[in-house]
Write a protein that binds this ligand. Structure first.
Ligand code: AHG
Ligand code: MN
Ligand code: MN
Ligand code: MN
Length: 338
């Protein structure tokens, strides 16, 4: 019959949050829902500019660098401004940390949340049309918090929600709440709504896909070299080598890992002794998504990523994340040799 094809009971992000509100009790409060509305507005706006970038001369460099030394793309700056204005405008955020801001931004008013974000992740790929994304994490501030950078120098276990939006063939939002599962939403451009399309995302426990920049292997530790050798030249008779998939946008590599399984790694190495990826707005939010989807995320010295406390807001870490058994396999070899 006709309605078999046409879904009429559509779950938008707003409806999901309303329903989650009574499931998740404390932190999915009205304020949190209004904060998520501002978040989704920023994703829709960034998606709009990214898709038009080539048409309105928005690709290329802004001519500035950020405090982690990255050359800023025009869209890094635009995405950052859109995100900051959306977070200020909702009145629920007190502290905002962005990859593109040297210092934490403290908003006036009595917002109860702190937000960490990577406005455009993978921006070095932008001019080549490769999928990029926005990564975010949300902390609930303690009642006495006055609003300062130190308020977010917390372990990822304190995040009340995290996720990312990948601007690929469609805009895909992945959202997870503390102690919750992982849900995927696809932006319906006609309706301007994120629609629940991937409820309760779970990664397979094993998958023979590895994702790492092998161009850094010269700098890898002995354990790291041995681990990747072990999956490229498996010792077990008849075992097939792993398949290599590396996009170079963490959001795109993470989304593939979430959908198919496998392992993503950006190890700390001799060139980047603390790794390249930033703890607050890349490693921790992604680690929470991976764990809530049944996977693991560890640092190069095999700590649980979500236990790691950054010393300053742009602190970095090595990371191995993805399918549970794949990360455990890497951990065993790293534990033995590093
Ligand atoms: P960003 O564009 O936000 O600065 O992040 C870039 C990161 C991440 O997206 C990706 O995993 C990594 O850089 C790729 O680094 P390499 O080019 O060194 O592999
Ligand atoms: Mn950058
Ligand atoms: Mn990034
Ligand atoms: Mn970025």
């Amino acid at each position: 019959n006709a309605d078999a094809e046409i879904k009429t009971d559509i779950i938008t992000l707003t409806r999901y949050l309303t329903e989650a509100q009574h499931d998740l009790g404390s932190y999915a409060t009205g304020d949190f829902t209004l904060l998520c509305h501002a978040l989704q507005f920023s994703f829709k706006s960034i998606a709009y500019y990214i898709r038009r970038a080539t048409l309105i001369n928005l690709i290329g460099l802004a001519g500035s660098a950020n405090s982690t030394g990255d050359d800023q793309k025009k869209l890094d700056v635009i995405g950052n401004d859109i995100f900051i204005n959306a977070m200020r405008g909702c009145g629920k955020v007190k502290v905002l940390v962005s990859e593109e801001e040297d210092e934490a931004i403290i908003f006036p008013g009595n917002g109860k949340y702190a937000v960490v974000c990577d406005p455009i992740d993978g921006s070095s790929n932008l001019d080549a049309g490769v999928s990029v994304g926005t990564i975010f994490g949300i902390f609930k501030l303690d009642d006495g918090a006055t609003g300062k950078a130190e308020d977010v120098l917390l372990p990822g276990t304190e995040l009340v929600a995290s996720g990312f939006t990948m601007y690929g063939a469609s805009a895909n939002l992945v959202l997870t709440m503390k102690g919750g599962n992982v849900n995927g939403f696809t932006l319906d451009n006609a309706l301007g709504e994120f629609i629940l399309t991937h409820p309760d995302m779970k990664m397979p426990k094993s998958r023979s896909i590895y994702s790492v920049n092998e161009g850094n292997s010269l700098y890898w530790t002995e354990g790291c070299k041995a681990y990747f050798e072990s999956i490229k030249y498996p010792a077990e008779a008849g075992a097939k080598p792993y398949s290599a998939r590396y996009i170079g946008s963490m959001v795109a590599d993470a989304y593939r890992t979430l959908c198919y399984g496998g392992i993503f790694a950006y190890p700390a190495d001799k060139k980047s002794p603390k790794g390249k990826l930033r703890i607050l707005y890349e490693c921790a939010p992604m680690a929470m998504v991976m764990e809530n989807a049944g996977g693991l995320a560890i640092t190069s010295d095999r700590q649980r990523m979500l236990d790691l406390v950054p010393e300053h807001i742009h602190d970095r870490s090595g990371i191995f994340m993805g399918s549970y058994n794949e990360v455990m396999k890497a951990k065993e070899i790293l534990d033995k040799l590093d």
